[in-house]
Design a protein around this ligand. Sequence first.
Ligand SMILES: [Zn+2]
Length: 99
Amino acid sequence: MYDTRIPCPAHGGRQPNCAIWRDANGRRRARCYSHSCPEREILAALGEIDVSPVNASSTERKQAWALRIWRQTRPGDHTLAETYLRLRGIRIELPDSLH
Ligand SMILES: [Zn+2]
């Protein structure tokens, strides 16, 4: 039934507990088994659907896009961000606010 399991892009999970698949009509489906994230948010985070209102202005669409990117961020530990900082000689403990 499921195509694959991935880390949930909606809540920024690290474990592959989000299932994605295509239904009989070929439509992308998703289910988060960790935080029960709304399917619409998962698909939006994957770029599968445009979540901005149909009649949204250019500014509203840009804001929705920025919000989508923000929701995909995660703490900097064990990421390319940490690798970059360590290579620059920065050895401080990474603050939680660093995403
Ligand atoms: Zn989730």
